[in-house]
Design a protein around this ligand. Structure first.
Ligand code: SF4
Length: 258
């Protein structure tokens, strides 16, 4: 499998990027990397909003992929529209093969409670994998200090995301802290998702997100109460995505792929 970037270049860039501002990392990605098909994935959380703002200042039409699961908070959808209008963003909604209604008709109600892995596969992993097939580089807003599953996140690496398909993954704010993100938003007067003001620290789909309590981890409110910490699209960073979901998942997946 041919690499998109020489390995020694990736190694040197990682050393350099550890001391560079994320805007400069993104400038390399969007102007100097030589890679054509580059997109950001974001759910418009604080760090994603910062990354989008930096990237759009370099390439205003950079695609911003949003996983439209159908299960987002109304506040998320409104904030996405607000930000897209304010900054003229090129937001691309990614959807799976099922609507909320057709998923319920096929798999029964509240699949996210009975089998969240399957629900995430249907609504996030499968549509996201399809989108990655057309990309050279995927830009995220992962931060190492946001969760123990992400503490070893490199800034830049490349991997075979699907059989025969190499991809460069860039995490430009990997070594930023939460306060650095919020300082950036404040400095540039960028709006933030309104649910942060109500006590949410990490915001995903409404049925799988709760507020966090003092002393809890930032992502403690995601899939709270079950052994699940990631939706599956950041499989490499998730040190231990424990699979405790229902045993029929593989069969259902086959059926879903149809
Ligand atoms: S986060 Fe919850 S509602 Fe959203 S796709 Fe995953 S299981 Fe389904």
């Amino acid at each position: 499998m041919e690499l998109l970037l020489p390995e020694d270049q990736v190694r040197d860039l990682n050393v350099r990027f550890e001391d560079e501002h994320p805007t400069e990392i993104l400038r390399w990605a969007l102007q100097d990397s030589g890679l054509e098909q580059v997109a950001i994935a974001s759910a418009f959380q604080a760090e994603g909003t910062a990354v989008i703002h930096m990237a759009a200042s370099i390439r205003p039409d950079v695609p911003i992929m949003f996983l439209e699961t159908g299960f987002h908070f109304a506040e998320t959808m409104a904030f996405k529209r607000q930000l897209a209008d304010q900054f003229g963003l090129n937001v691309v909604d990614l959807t799976g093969d099922y609507t909320v209604e057709s998923q319920e008709a096929k798999f029964g109600p509240r699949l996210y409670e009975r089998n969240p892995k399957l629900c995430c596969d249907l609504n996030k992993v499968i549509p996201f994998q399809r989108a990655l097939a057309g990309l050279d580089m995927w830009i995220t807003s992962l931060r190492r200090d946001s969760a123990w599953t992400r503490q070893n996140t490199p800034i830049l690496y490349q991997y075979e995301c699907q059989p025969g398909k190499m991809l460069v993954k860039l995490n430009p704010v990997a070594n930023w802290t939460r306060p650095q993100v919020w300082r950036y938003l404040k400095e540039y007067e960028i709006p933030h998702h309104p649910l942060y003001d109500l006590g949410y620290a990490s915001i995903g789909c409404a049925p799988c997100t709760r507020m966090v309590f003092p002393g809890e981890d930032e992502r403690a409110g995601r899939w709270s109460g079950i052994m699940k910490t990631e939706c599956g699209i950041h499989a490499d960073e998730a040190a231990a995505q424990t699979a405790t979901e229902l045993e029929e998942a593989p069969a259902l997946m086959e059926e879903a792929r149809g």
